[in-house]
Ligand binder design. Structure first.
Ligand SMILES: NC(=O)c1ccc[n+]([C@@H]2O[C@H](COP(=O)([O-])OP(=O)(O)OC[C@H]3O[C@@H](n4cnc5c(N)ncnc54)[C@H](O)[C@@H]3O)[C@@H](O)[C@H]2O)c1
Length: 332
C-alpha cells in the first residue's frame, strides 16, 4: 500500500516511515515542518511540505499519489503549552485534523491509524491502565486527542471510515538515522543525556517521596521502533474493523531515578540531579497495559529493556551532534 504519514518529519513519524518502507509499503510524508526536520525523512519516501489545513493540497496528494491509508501523527503535544494556549491545540489537533478526515472522505481514502495518547485517561484510578478505563483528560492536550478519537467514531458511523487509535505515553530511544530532537525538549531520556553532556546543568527530579520503589515517579517508556511497528500492524485490521489499543510496557515501568542511573551506566558520565518539589497533578505511577494489542495483533516489543532504549538514544545523539559539528565546520 502507499501510506500517507502526516507528521512524518517528526520524531515518531520519521521512524514510522522507515519501518513502513522496510515492510514493503510505499510512503508519502506530509509535514509542514513547523516542528519537523526534512533531513530525517527517509530518501525513499515521497515528501510533501504541506499543512493539514490545506484541503486542496491534501486532496491532490490523495489522488496523484494513490494513497490507500493514512497514519496520522501531525499534532502539537506539549502538555504545559496546551494549558497556557488551548486555542493552539484545538486548532491544530482537532480543527486541522478534521480537515484531514474530510479530505480523506472526499477522496475515498477510508483507513486511518491515529497517534493518540494515554493522556486521554488523565489520572487513572488503577494501574496498569486498560482500554476500558475512564477517559478523563486533565489537560487540553489530552482533551484534543480524545475529541479527535470521538470524531473518528462518528466518521466511521456515517462514512464507513475505519480507524485504529493507539494510546501511548513516552516514546523513547532511536533508530540508526532518527532520534528525538523536540524544541523545546521536555522528555526525560533526552534531557538526562543532555545533562550527561553538560548541555543542561542538571536534571530536576520532581519529588522523591512517592510511594514507589525508590520514591520517584514510575513512568512507561516504549522504544520508538516497537511503537512504529504497532502502527503498521494496526493498518492490517482496517479492511474489516476499527479498534483502540493501548501501547505500553505493561510491567513495572521505570522510576525517574532508574532512568538517571541507567543513563550514567550507559554513558559512563555523571548526571547532576536536583530534587525539586512534586508537580501538581503528577500521578505516582503511569503504566499502560498492552495485553489487547498483543493478543489481537500479535504485537511483541523487541527493545523494551531500559538499557537498550537508552543505548539507542545515546548512540543516535552522539552521531547527531558529530554530524552537526561537521556541517558547521564545513559551512564556516
Ligand atoms: N513523543 C511521545 O512520547 C508521544 C506520546 C504519545 C503520543 N504522541 C503523539 O505522537 C505524535 C508524534 O509525536 P512526536 O513526538 O513525533 O512529535 P513531533 O513534534 O516530533 O512530530 C510532529 C510532526 O507533525 C508536524 N505537524 C504538526 N502540525 C502540523 C500540521 N498542521 N500540518 C502538517 N504537519 C504538522 C510537525 O512539523 C512535526 O514534524 C503526536 O501526535 C503526539 O501527540 C507522542
Amino acid at each position: 500500500m502507499r501510506i500517507l504519514v502526516t507528521g512524518g518529519a517528526g520524531y515518531i513519524g520519521s521512524v514510522v516511515a522507515e519501518e513502513l518502507l522496510k515492510s514493503g509499503h510505499a510512503v508519502t510524508v506530509y509535514d509542514n515542518l513547523v516542528k519537523g526536520h526534512k533531513q530525517v525523512v527517509a530518501p525513499e519516501a515521497e515528501f510533501v511540505e504541506g499543512d493539514l489545513n490545506d484541503s486542496d493540497l491534501l486532496k491532490r496528494v490523495f489522488r496523484n499519489s494513490e494513497i490507500e491509508a493514512v497514519i496520522h501523527l501531525a499534532a502539537y503535544s506539549l502538555v504545559g503549552e496546551s494549558v497556557q494556549n488551548p486555542a493552539k491545540y484545538y486548532e491544530n489537533n482537532v480543527s486541522a485534523g478534521l480537515k484531514l478526515l474530510n479530505a480523506m472522505v472526499a477522496s475515498e481514502v477510508r483507513k486511518i491509524v491515529f497517534s493518540s495518547t494515554a493522556a486521554v485517561y488523565g489520572e487513572p484510578e488503577k494501574q496498569p491502565i486498560t482500554e476500558n478505563d475512564k477517559l478523563q483528560p486533565t489537560n487540553p492536550y489530552g482533551e484534543t486527542k480524545l475529541a479527535f478519537e470521538n470524531a473518528l467514531r462518528w466518521y466511521e458511523n456515517a462514512y464507513d471510515l475505519k480507524y485504529a487509535s493507539l494510546r501511548y505515553f513516552n516514546a523513547a530511544g532511536a533508530s540508526k538515522r532518527c532520534g528525538e530532537m523536540h524544541e523545546p525538549e521536555t522528555h526525560l531520556i533526552p534531557l538526562v543525556l543532555q545533562a550527561a553532556l553538560g548541555k543542561i546543568p542538571f536534571i530536576e527530579v520532581f519529588g522523591e517521596d512517592y510511594h514507589t520503589r525508590d520514591g520517584t515517579c514510575v513512568r512507561d517508556y516504549i522504544h520508538v521502533i516497537d511503537l512504529a511497528r504497532a502502527h503498521i500492524l494496526a493498518l492490517d485490521i482496517l479492511d474489516e474493523r476499527s479498534a483502540i489499543y493501548n501501547l505500553g510496557c505493561g510491567g513495572a515501568g521505570y522510576t525517574v531515578r532508574e532512568v538517571v542511573d541507567m543513563a550514567e551506566e550507559v554513558t559512563g558520565l555523571e548526571i547532576p540531579v536536583r530534587i525539586g518539589e512534586r508537580r501538581a497533578g503528577d500521578p505516582a505511577v503511569l503504566i499502560a497495559a498492552s495485553d489487547k494489542i498483543k493478543s489481537e495483533l500479535g504485537w511483541q516489543p523487541e527493545y523494551q529493556e531500559l538499557r537498550v532504549i537508552i543505548e539507542s538514544a545515546w548512540t543516535w545523539l552522539r552521531n547527531h551532534l558529530q554530524k552537526a559539528r561537521a556541517s558547521h565546520t564545513t559551512s564556516s
